[in-house]
Design a protein around this ligand. Sequence first.
Ligand SMILES: [Cu+2]
Length: 169
Amino acid sequence: MRKSLLMLILFSLLTPNMYVYGVSGNYIALNENSETIVITVDSTNFRFTPSEVTIEEGQSVRFFWSDEILAHNAVEENGFFDSGNPETSIDFTFEFPIGSNGTYAYICEPHEQMGMEGTIVVTPIVIEIEEEEEEKEENKPVNSMPNFLLPSTFIILFLASIMRSRTVK
Ligand SMILES: [Cu+2]
């Protein structure tokens, strides 16, 4: 009898925490599912397409072309990423890590003079954090208070009933 009471107390204490972990888990899953942007070479042979992309931190850019007439590469101006030697076929994926937000200019080394260049804008991940904070604040007066109070109320009631049954006997 006492074991089942203890289990009930533990369960009611754990339930609000499990809910919070579940929510944050969903946010992580959303980031992992974000798509990779593919940048290739257009029909003029001297342009990247798309030449300007905006992504979020944690997303990847894939430089991909095959059997081009000319050999190309993609090199960031400060060496942040580098697809290597110019090739007619390239498949190079670069992930922009968390904290890498900023604007990155890159060039194709053999065709820099032709204006073969591009820009990648990486935006910081702020939406998830804002949502989580807003949710917490919104829920505080409505949901969080009863969630927090209920388990402790149960414990007090259970302890009181146990103590009462002891003193009676
Ligand atoms: Cu090129």
